[in-house]
Design a protein around this ligand. Structure first.
Ligand code: ZN
Length: 75
């Protein structure tokens, strides 16, 4: 009888739940980035630092632009 501890080393994509080897960083099926396995056997969704930084950068550029317009229209 096989022991319950000998599970296949695989994780599931957090997006489409396809089975993936533990070492992959991108889902074969949906092309989403996948991180480490969590306690439920699901790959974590990794933090998208580039997207996060770009979002903050474009938002602050927009706010700065509005502020700049505001200053010039009040002179
Ligand atoms: Zn997927």
């Amino acid at each position: 009888m096989a022991s319950a501890a000998s599970q296949e080393p695989s994780k599931k994509c957090w997006n489409c739940f396809v089975r993936l080897p533990l070492e992959v960083t991108q889902c074969y099926s949906c092309r989403k980035k996948v991180g480490d396995i969590n306690e439920h056997g699901i790959a974590r969704k990794p933090l998208d630092w580039l997207g996060y930084t770009l979002a903050i950068g474009s938002t602050s550029a927009f706010v700065y632009y509005i502020w700049w317009l505001f200053l010039h229209y009040n002179k």
